[in-house]
Design a protein around this ligand. Structure first.
Ligand SMILES: [Zn+2]
Length: 384
């Protein structure tokens, strides 16, 4: 069928009807199909998975490794199914929860630091594995990365280090708490985790292999200052060497939480709820209570590997041992922080000396005008 012929015939018919019933042309126009309503194929792709913010002088980019759907009714512990269902429904989630896998890239101005590396191919083709394409979309290449900091060595944080036996980040050193690498690189510890989690030892060995072979695994002592503005904070429990990373620049702070939280809508209300992946459930619950309380007292940003992308926000106290999540407000203007000041000072450096040299600016009135109209706004920019 020729669609345009059909539309033309339709227009004639509707116009005739409108005239016959004494209606007006605007009514006919609203009833007539137009080309704008023609079927367009649905696209069904998501926007590139990165979100950027400035933290003082540091550029922070949350980079998505994609998502993985996990059965929370099978994985969460110490909570009844009705309570879990109720808490999840408040966050628009069911028991099968599509869960973000987030990594974070910090450009300090001198180093490019990636925190966690996603799952790579460990979860198969339909979950995770999107870090590299999203890193490229965000303007960086895997070979640009200088340092990868691991919050811990579970597969969804270290699997993306290595694909087909090759290092994905060929120029990076890998830094991790020494308790973490010692634990997962010793298969003798297998009995310390549940049978369902024992594959993590083989996964860890495979993911770290090319970096071990080239001497680029550099474990650190718990609580080390790793470089100016980046410090590791031990938070053992989920795994023996699980670490947070505190990122700080010009008084602004972001604490990268790793796996402190797996199900935000449940564990912010019930921090005592644990997950099958915890090597020590009591240790993990104690860390969560302590760190949530500290986050609620602080105005630092926090970010989680499994909080809905980009996973950056702040924690608010909600009541007795309960907390709420305040996600970062989507911002474009915030990316310019500091840059407008630098541009203003650059412009001032170009404009002021030539102006003062010009013969007419020896005139007192011109100088007064300049001082009145130009210098105060520049001074205000410099202060902001
Ligand atoms: Zn994880």
């Amino acid at each position: 069928m020729n669609a345009s012929k059909y539309l033309n015939n339709g227009r004639k018919n509707l116009a005739a009807i409108a005239l016959a019933i004494g209606s007006t042309l605007p009514l006919a126009a609203t009833l007539v199909p137009t080309n704008a309503e023609a079927a367009a194929p649905q696209v069904r792709t998501q926007a590139p998975g990165y979100y950027r913010m400035m933290l003082g002088d540091f550029e922070v980019t949350a980079i998505s490794d994609g998502t993985v759907t996990i059965p929370l009714d099978k994985l969460l512990r110490h909570i009844s199914l009705p309570e879990m269902k109720n808490l999840l429904s408040r966050g628009n989630l069911g028991m099968q929860a599509e869960t973000s896998i987030n990594t974070f890239l910090i450009n300090t101005g001198t180093q490019l630091v990636l925190v966690d590396a996603g799952a790579g191919r460990l979860f198969g083709p339909s979950a995770g594995g999107q870090l590299v394409q999203n890193l490229r979309a965000a303007g960086y290449r895997p070979e640009d990365i200088d340092v990868v900091l691991l919050t811990h060595i579970h597969g969804d944080h270290s699997g993306g280090l290595t694909i087909d036996g090759k290092a994905v980040f060929p120029n990076a050193v890998i830094r991790v708490d020494k308790h973490e690498s010692e634990f997962w690189l010793d298969a003798g510890n297998e009995k310390m985790v549940e049978p369902a989690e024992r594959h993590s030892f083989a996964d860890a060995a495979a993911s770290l292999a090319p970096y071990l072979a080239s001497g680029r695994i550099q474990p650190f002592e718990s609580g080390s200052e790793l470089m100016p503005g980046i410090r590791a904070v031990p938070a053992p429990g989920h795994t023996p060497g699980h670490s947070l990373y505190e990122i700080e620049s010009r008084g602004q702070k972001l604490v990268l939480w790793g796996d402190l939280i797996h199900a935000k809508d449940v564990q912010l209300s019930r921090p005592d709820v644990t997950v099958q992946f915890d090597v020590s459930e009591t240790g993990a619950a104690a860390q969560r209570k302590k760190i949530l309380a500290a986050a609620a007292r602080s105005d630092a940003w926090v970010a989680g590997a499994h909080i809905a992308f980009p996973g950056i926000g702040r924690i608010r106290q909600e009541g007795n041992g309960r907390y709420a999540w305040a996600p970062v407000n989507y911002s474009l203007a915030g990316l310019d922080a500091g840059q407008h000041v630098a541009k203003a000072l650059d412009s001032a450096a170009k404009v002021i000396p030539p102006f003062l040299k010009r013969p007419e600016s020896r005139n007192y009135a011109a100088k007064a005008n300049f001082c009145f109209w130009v210098m105060p706004p520049m001074a205000m920019l410099g202060r902001s």
